[in-house]
Design a protein around this ligand. Structure first.
Ligand SMILES: NC(=O)C1=CN([C@@H]2O[C@H](COP(=O)(O)OP(=O)(O)OC[C@H]3O[C@@H](n4cnc5c(N)ncnc54)[C@H](O)[C@@H]3O)[C@@H](O)[C@H]2O)C=CC1
Ligand SMILES: NCC(=O)COP(=O)(O)O
Length: 334
């Protein structure tokens, strides 16, 4: 039995509360597990007119869940203006994330699901992590080089080696050790969270045509190929570096379980193109399960009722699946 899942509601001016509430309203039809929200009551009750019951601890959630969305309230006193993020709202988003992470780390909640935050708003209140991924890793005591940010949909899973950095910095940040660490985190994550016993991982190049014999860049021979050599003998099927432009069509996708890409957009564009409404961001390499819908705060549609809950529902379902899968894996490993 997995403890109820904690869903941090994200930025109160965004669509986090709406998609969480809509996912709750469809929980039975989507066979979602018991979960509770952590965040602003005002945002939740402004976004949604359904029943919400405040709870004190995650263990209260199961007795409430059939009749109302359970909520652990986080202080947030300002008027809700969807689409107009504020510093107060950013503080609430961060407090919600911090509290929900603590509940999962303690074992009181079974997995962490995070609704979107605005990175620039969080930075404005002094948050010095690139995103929630790195924040949760730090709270779990795991170096960011040992995690992997996987974007996953029904037909494609991708992991970027460099994450939230400007494109000009990508070449200087790529090292053989970092590429090897991300591949390893990806492979282990596929085993532990998805039950894929012998993962097949394709690794992309950085440059056009994977450098074309160094005519268009040498990172493939200088950095990526040595990273693959470091992993020789590990029980995974790793291939590459492959030209990124021919790595995502249907026949190519049949040959791997995940692609490790060199930078954010190389990994996220294919996943969001194929799976925008159901894509999930999953952090691999943590002692806890953490997922998030692949989309952002969607300030442009927040408060209009137009936000689709599919990605949030997929994030909750995948968090539950991974938590179950890990239990089996850990039991077999004993
Ligand atoms: N996990 C997280 O916390 C993430 C946060 N962000 C943050 O979100 C903010 C906005 O980022 P954008 O690049 O504009 O991406 P976005 O995903 O918020 O919006 C892109 C487009 O998709 C639409 N959209 C997004 N979610 C939708 C949903 N559930 N249903 C229907 N349409 C939806 C939006 O209306 C917009 O037209 C940024 O501040 C960024 O930092 C972005 C991605 C992930
Ligand atoms: N583009 C993916 C993304 O922004 C993930 O952000 P976070 O979950 O790390 O905050």
């Amino acid at each position: 039995m997995i403890a109820p899942l904690a869903v941090a509601l994200g930025d109160p001016a965004g669509v986090g509360a709406e998609v969480t509430a809509k996912a709750y309203a469809e929980a039975e039809a989507r066979a979602l597990p018991c979960f509770f929200a952590v965040g602003s009551r005002r945002a939740l009750t402004t976004a949604w007119k359904g029943p919400v019951v405040s709870i004190e601890t995650p263990s209260d959630a199961p007795r409430v869940f059939d009749d109302a969305l359970p909520l652990i309230e986080v202080e947030h006193d300002e008027e809700i203006r969807f689409g107009e993020p504020s510093l107060e709202g950013a503080r609430c988003a961060l407090d919600s994330l911090e509290f929900a992470t603590g509940l999962v780390k303690s074992g009181a909640a079974g997995a962490l699901v995070t609704a979107p935050i605005s990175k620039s708003q969080l930075h404005a209140i002094g948050f010095d992590h690139p995103g929630q991924t790195e924040f949760v890793a730090e709270r779990c005591g795991v170096a960011t080089s040992n995690i992997a940010m996987m974007l996953a949909g029904p037909e494609l899973r991708c992991v970027p080696v460099t994450m939230h950095v400007g494109i000009a910095r990508v070449p200087e940040l790529l090292t053989a050790d970092l590429v090897a660490a991300r591949i390893r985190a990806t492979a282990r994550g596929l085993v532990r969270n998805f039950g894929i016993t012998h993962p097949r991982i394709a690794v992309s190049g950085l440059n056009p045509h994977a450098g074309e014999n160094q005519l268009m860049g040498d990172e493939e021979v200088r950095i990526i190929a040595p990273a693959l050599e470091q992993l020789t003998g590990e029980p995974y099927d790793i291939s590459g570096p492959w030209p990124a432009d021919t790595l995502f069509h249907p026949r190519a996708r049949a040959k791997y379980d995940a692609v490790v890409c060199m930078y954010h957009d190389q990994a996220l564009i294919p996943v969001k193109t194929l799976h925008f409404d159901e894509g999930v961001n999953l952090t691999l390499g943590l002692p806890i399960v953490r997922t998030s819908p692949d989309h952002g705060t969607a300030f442009d549609i927040a408060g209009t009722g137009a936000a689709r809950p599919d990605a949030m529902a997929a994030a909750i379902a995948l968090a539950d699946h991974c938590a179950q899968q890990r239990k089996l894996y850990d039991r077999d490993a004993e």
